[in-house]
Design a protein around this ligand. Structure first.
Ligand code: ADP
Ligand code: MG
Length: 335
């Protein structure tokens, strides 16, 4: 039986799957709609279809977003969601092939959570399952950096966590996972809109305006229409939010991430700091997509800032690359 090798990122916001020999074969929101929240048997919708239903279902149907901070809150729903995704990418061959999966995990994920992930993967018919902390998965993309032997800082801004680590030669020198991510920014946008526009909006709408007009530039002229319910009488209300407003809500979170980077750098030896002055900060994850992030970070940190294309796929792509490099993969795998 041929061995099928996968790199998987089970993110709080999105699940990404890379298949060796094919590249990224799936990127879908980590959402599933089920009929029974505790004993889900069938998926009413999954991925994009499920995320569209957030806040719009009747009382007997449940939208589940079952992963946060690398921790699975609803194992049955996660298993069903992953089964749907794997069936999609493996053309239904999930129990017919021998499968090895390597999973991206947040820095410092507890053994309890890793064991749960591993059990879940085995129950799905995955034969071998390994874990790689996200900074090392991200770093694997940057061949020039790896070949240089120099240290650098990896930052991965996801939906529920941001991982920050100083890395060198496939090792984490110092790293941690902060509970700061896109979901917290969306909540802050909801609060901001309620306070300043007197309008109630959902997190889905908050994320939408952030994606369309979010910016860390001071003078960004972007704006976007949004709709919600009037705070007082709950009538429909349409309004326009500017990039300035969105910045007021999201900037404190980017500042926390910058403080996290400074904390990591302050722990490093003078030699590593000197490397980082040269190499800089590699920012990945969906949160790296916000307009103006490179300028904002570079100004506050006085360091070079690199943002890859499709930063939201960097961790999975890096891990996917390592599937073809068993020697390095063995080094970065956390048992
Ligand atoms: N242009 C953008 N501006 C700001 N945040 C963004 C942008 N694009 C995506 N995001 C945010 O990135 C997060 C998802 O990133 P991702 O790396 O897929 O998360 P995870 O790995 O935790 O699932 C979401 O919170 C999303 O709102
Ligand atoms: Mg991610």
């Amino acid at each position: 039986m041929a061995l099928l090798e996968l790199a998987i990122e089970l993110g709080a916001s999105n699940t990404v799957i890379f298949k060796r020999g094919s590249g990224i074969v799936l990127r879908e929101p980590s959402y599933i709609v089920v009929d029974d929240i505790n004993h889900p048997n069938t998926a009413i919708a999954v991925g994009y279809g499920a995320k569209k239903m957030v806040g719009k279902t009747s009382d007997d149907v449940f939208v589940v977003n079952p992963i946060s901070e690398g921790v699975i809150s609803n194992p049955a729903a996660t298993a069903l969601m992953l089964r749907e995704f794997l069936t999609k990418v493996l053309d239904g061959n999930i129990f017919r092939e021998r499968i090895k999966a390597v999973l991206v995990i947040p820095c410092g994920l507890e053994n309890k959570s890793k064991n749960m992930l591993q059990r879940l993967m085995f129950n799905l018919g995955i034969n071998e399952c390994y874990f790689v902390p996200s900074p090392l998965a991200c770093a694997a993309n940057f061949t020039d950096l790896q070949n240089s032997g120099l240290s650098a800082v990896m930052v991965n801004i996801g939906g529920s966590v941001t991982d920050i680590a100083a890395v060198n030669n496939n090792n984490i020198l110092y790293g941690f996972s902060m509970s700061v991510g896109g979901n917290h920014m969306d909540e802050a946008i909801c609060d901001y809109v309620q306070e300043n526009f007197k309008v109630l909006i959902s997190q889905v709408v908050a994320e939408k305006v952030k994606l369309e007009a979010g910016s860390l530039y001071d003078n960004d002229g972007a704006s976007v229409e949004f709709s919600g319910a009037d705070n007082e009488n709950k009538n429909p209300h349409v309004d326009v939010i500017s990039a300035y407003d969105i910045k007021q809500a999201v900037e404190p979170f980017y500042d926390m991430i910058i403080e996290g980077v400074e904390t990591i750098i302050n722990k490093c030896s003078p030699d590593v700091v000197s490397d980082i002055a040269q190499t800089g900060i590699y920012v990945c994850g969906g949160g790296a997509n916000i307009t103006g992030l490179d300028t904002y970070f570079a100004k506050k940190l006085s360091l070079p800032v690199h943002i890859s294309e499709e930063p939201h796929n960097v961790a999975t792509r890096g891990l996917g690359k390592l599937l073809s490099n068993p020697e390095v993969l063995a080094k970065v795998i956390k048992k």
